[in-house]
Design a protein around this ligand. Structure first.
Ligand SMILES: *Cc1c(COP(=O)(O)O)cnc(C)c1O
Length: 388
């Protein structure tokens, strides 16, 4: 391995040269079942022919212009996302962190416009919102923050899934402008809140004139059984961010806004050189349309149930298994002790998964996974668990 890269990742010593659907092939020709989809990115799998055609078609026509000009593909993608979400408008960046930065800036500016000098956002313990200074400050993980102090002002923290803590803050802090959460925490260990959590947050935000910001960078784009996870709660956020699965690997992030949140920015408030360029947007239009036309959100819901059932059957009675949980194809098996070595051991058995929050085996397979591939993934994970 070269020394020319910064040591930001503890990488495994394997490199893939080709992908086919839910499979990756390494330099030596070994095949691996992709249970992680590049961390929830390649929802349609690798080398999907429709996506490949969209990429080559757009690359041969036009890659980049500038947001100084109209970009028809950006307008088309925006109209498509509006029709799915019922939001009012949106801003395109290039990553999840940038999408969240946009939501944070809108919330702060809206607070300022309403006479709040220290606009403050409530964020959750164990959350993950990205690695820029604002989003790492918003994240509830010391690992992400340590050494990068001074952090930003304007964030207060409440435990995830605890609405009383938020009601308490509402009574004591008049500078709050927004609540920002993931509907299901991904990096935090596939943490699913109680039914009614998002509805209660919506009510509290309405009562206090706060924005509800939902970070659907990981939960979005069909992964949890509906196009966005909040749709299962029957509420609508003021600000909604997504990125990972939106263009199957072409970098893109988006912040959608509704109502007052959609009217905050004016020219000069925000921007991005690459954000929303013709290439990324036209590929995203194809990806979103494929996710919808192949009914992949429904497929994710059904397959997720199959996977959890198979885990429950095969792991019944194993004391080291604390919990089997997930929604759609965002799945976790929590063990009673840290198991960081399992990612590597799974790789050696031809399966790609990872471990988050020290002891949660995380699976984010592509939405095009077959039943047989799903069973194979479960069987390999169970073998590994049985060996410890
Ligand atoms: C991955 C992730 C992010 C950060 O996305 P980047 O594209 O890496 O900046 C933010 N929020 C959530 C919930 C994520 O899972």
């Amino acid at each position: 391995m070269t020394e020319s890269l910064m040591k930001t990742y503890g990488r495994m010593d394997v490199a893939f040269t080709k992908g086919e659907g839910a499979w990756l092939i390494d330099e030596a020709g070994n095949r691996y079942l992709d249970g992680l989809a590049g961390l929830g990115v390649t929802a349609l799998g690798h080398a999907d022919p429709v996506v490949t055609e969209a990429i080559s078609q757009q690359a041969s026509q036009l890659m980049h212009t500038s947001n100084i000009y109209r970009i028809p593909a950006q307008e088309e993608l925006a109209d498509l996302l509006i029709s799915i979400t019922g939001m009012d408008n949106m801003f395109f960046g290039n990553s999840g962190a940038e999408a969240n930065e946009c939501a944070i800036k809108i919330s702060r500016l809206h607070g300022k416009q309403n006479g709040i000098n220290q606009p403050t956002i409530i964020v959750a313990d164990a959350s993950f919102h990205g690695r820029t200074m604002a989003t790492l400050t918003a994240s509830g993980s010391r690992k992400v923050q340590a050494g990068f102090e001074p952090l930003l002002n304007g964030f207060v923290r409440a435990p995830f899934n605890d609405v009383e803590a938020i009601e308490n803050i509402a009574r004591n802090n008049s500078s709050i402008v927004a609540v920002m959460v993931e509907p299901i925490q991904g990096e935090g260990g596939i943490q699913i809140p109680d039914a009614g959590y998002l509805q209660t947050l919506r009510r509290i935000c309405d009562e206090n004139n706060w924005f509800l910001i939902l970070d659907e960078v990981q939960t979005g784009n069909g992964r949890t059984g509906t196009y966005f996870n909040y749709q299962q709660a029957g509420i609508v956020p003021d600000l909604l961010t997504t990125a990972k699965g939106l263009a199957n690997g072409i970098p893109i992030g988006v912040c959608l806004a509704k109502g007052k949140a959609a009217e905050v920015f004016v020219p000069g408030n925000h921007g991005s050189t690459f954000g929303g360029n013709p290439f990324a947007c036209s590929v995203a239009v194809t990806v979103v349309n494929e996710i919808l036309s192949r009914n992949l959100p429904d497929r994710a819901a059904a397959l997720g149930e199959r996977i959890k059932d198979r885990f429950r059957n095969k792991l019944a009675g194993l004391n080291c298994v604390k919990d089997i949980r997930g929604t759609g194809l965002m799945l976790g098996v929590e063990l009673d002790a840290p198991c960081p070595e399992l990612s590597r051991k799974a790789k050696d058995k031809g399966l790609l998964i990872n471990v988050t929050s020290d002891s949660v085996i995380r699976m984010l397979p592509p939405l095009i996974l077959s039943d047989e591939e799903a069973d194979q993934m479960v069987d390999i994970v169970c073998e590994l668990i049985e060996q410890i």
